[in-house]
Design a binder for this molecule. Structure first.
Ligand SMILES: [Zn+2]
Length: 219
């Protein structure tokens, strides 16, 4: 049984869980574990961009860095949209250069993010994390090749549940993000919503994981 927590701000020690820990930038130089991590500039934390990108670039070729992110666009919080777009584009080119997928934070900016993927036409997978938008938005993003990582709102929000039910499982991941929810609870909920055994969900998400990380060796 290998559960995957696709995006978390906590370090897990349960051997049944493979997780991608989103390292805070200020911890980048001190973290030395074998933990799988993602690194990037969250739109709320954009400040000294050159320094921030320099510390990311120093780490990026390490094999424990599975993905770039979370990075993205947020119309509620953070600097002006153009700055956010510039910083996001820099992440997209690092993602292509280093052949590492991109984990995306997106608030009220789906049309911009979808358009960016269409324009850039990257080879790397882009994953919309904490996805809780409508079926319609999901369908537009599917056509452009996005993946979706569903978080704790899958347990509580009918809108997220409806979207999840309609999303092709081959494009799905599950995550705990910054919550204290156990990822196994999300797998349980996912299997109920899809009328599947939990083993079937585990198997499909493992397959998805291996696919986007090129048969990643730790799973
Ligand atoms: Zn997060």
């Amino acid at each position: 049984m290998q559960f995957i927590d696709f995006h978390t701000h906590h370090i897990h020690s349960d051997p049944e869980i493979t997780s991608i820990y989103n390292v805070p930038l200020e911890e980048l130089n001190t973290s030395q574990s074998n933990q799988n991590i993602s690194i990037g500039i969250h739109p709320w934390e954009i400040s000294n961009i050159n320094n921030q990108f320099n510390s990311i670039k120093q780490k990026l070729s390490q094999s424990t860095v599975l993905a770039l992110g979370e990075c993205g666009l947020d119309k509620i919080k953070g600097p002006d949209l153009q700055t956010q777009i510039d910083v996001f584009k820099e992440h997209t080119s690092l993602s292509e250069q280093h052949k590492k997928p991109l984990i995306i934070h997106c608030v009220k900016s789906y049309s911009e993010i979808i358009k960016l993927r269409k324009d850039i036409d990257p080879k790397q997978p882009w994953i919309l994390h904490g996805f809780n938008s409508s079926v319609e938005t999901m369908n537009q993003a599917i056509e452009t090749g996005f993946y979706f990582s569903f978080g704790p709102s899958l347990v509580t929000h009918p809108k997220t549940q409806l979207t999840f039910r309609n999303t092709p499982l081959k494009r799905v991941f599950l995550e705990t993000d910054d919550s204290n929810t156990n990822i196994k609870e999300l797998y349980q909920k996912a299997s109920e919503l899809r009328d599947l055994n939990i083993e079937e969900v585990i198997e499909q998400l493992q397959y998805n994981f291996k696919l986007i990380f090129n048969n990643y060796r730790y799973l």
